[in-house]
Design a protein around this ligand. Structure first.
Ligand SMILES: Nc1ncnc2c1ncn2[C@@H]1O[C@H](COP(=O)(O)OP(=O)(O)OP(=O)(O)O)[C@@H](O)[C@H]1O
Length: 287
């Protein structure tokens, strides 16, 4: 069960700051990655799409429902799972109690069916064995899985995940990626992350946000292609490099504007992302 989400002109102002400045997007089934530097507006965008913050301008629909009307908002909320940056756990709740509490908020009122659903989602994220433990006794990775289970309660068609892999060690991150990929098989998932590997491994679609605006919207391959012919190796730091660092082999890996005859390297998604941000910074400085 998935849904289509379409947004146009989304604007959110906090005093003089435009956290979102006319954002448009279209999400379909599968996992879309949302990349952007600190303060880009990612959390604000996710909060708008999760109907936690109404936009000052523009709007969106999810599954054809418009959350600017009370009936539409209810319909969008019923089809939504949200994993916020700070899930607000009560540390004395057990994993089961927390997810059950979220299930009550999501209007799963029949106790037996609700408890069945809570066990199903805890099972799905691999927490069946620890569902009776208090959240304060769980590791960071397990807590993130509790938060994901809470987001999955009621089998929502649209899942909004705000930096779910942050603070996880590499093994936990890998396990979490498996869960997100699984969730994205039959859902529309929007995943905010600072990890370009998350996007390279999980996403069929990527949006780069900076300064409250969409700077790139396309496939991971298209983002990587932005750096084609712009990554090269040299014996020392190259003058045309926007970023350059000495690698373990002793040579420099440079990203930017290569000199003629440079020894070009295969670009990565991270190179493409760096150049999208850097090109945008240079354009802003020139304007
Ligand atoms: N409640 C708020 N009050 C005032 N300003 C805010 C508020 N929330 C966000 N902002 C500002 O809006 C801008 C976008 O913030 P947002 O948290 O959406 O960015 P982000 O991309 O999620 O950043 P990060 O990666 O650091 O979480 C920033 O300049 C931030 O300081």
């Amino acid at each position: 069960m998935h849904t289509t989400v379409s947004a146009a002109g989304l604007t959110v102002r906090y005093g003089g700051t435009r956290a979102l400045d006319g954002v448009g997007l279209r999400l379909t089934d599968g996992v879309t990655g949302l990349l952007g530097p600190n303060g880009a507006g990612k959390t604000t965008l996710l909060r708008v799409l999760a109907t936690a913050v109404p936009p000052d301008g523009g709007g969106f629909t999810a599954g054809g429902q418009d959350p600017s009307t009370p009936a539409g908002r209810l319909a969008v909320r019923r089809s939504l799972g949200y994993l916020p940056q700070n899930p607000g756990f009560h540390p004395d709740f057990t994993a089961f109690e927390f997810v059950d509490y979220v299930a009550v908020l999501k209007e799963l009122t029949g106790r037996t069916a609700r408890h069945h659903e809570v066990r199903r989602v805890l099972d799905l994220v691999g927490l069946a064995d620890v569902r009776g433990l208090r959240i304060k006794r769980l590791s960071g990775g397990m807590r993130q899985r509790v938060a994901l289970a809470a987001a999955l309660v009621g089998d929502p068609a649209f899942l909004v995940l705000d930096e779910p892999t942050v603070h996880l060690d590499p093994e936990q991150r890998m396990r979490f990626r498996e869960l997100i990929a699984q969730a994205g098989e039959d859902r529309t998932v929007l995943l905010s992350t600072h990890q370009t590997e998350d996007v390279a491994m999980l996403c069929h679609h990527v949006i780069v946000l900076a300064g409250g605006r969409v700077r790139f919207d396309g496939t991971p391959a298209e983002l990587t292609a932005r750096a084609a012919g712009r990554v090269w190796s040299s014996g020392e730091r190259a003058p045309g490099a926007r970023a350059g660092w000495r690698t373990g082999s002793g040579s420099y890996r440079n990203v930017g504007d290569p000199p003629a005859g440079a020894d070009l390297l295969e670009p990565t998604l991270e190179d493409g992302y760096l150049l999208v941000l850097d090109d945008e910074t240079q354009e802003a400085a020139a304007a």
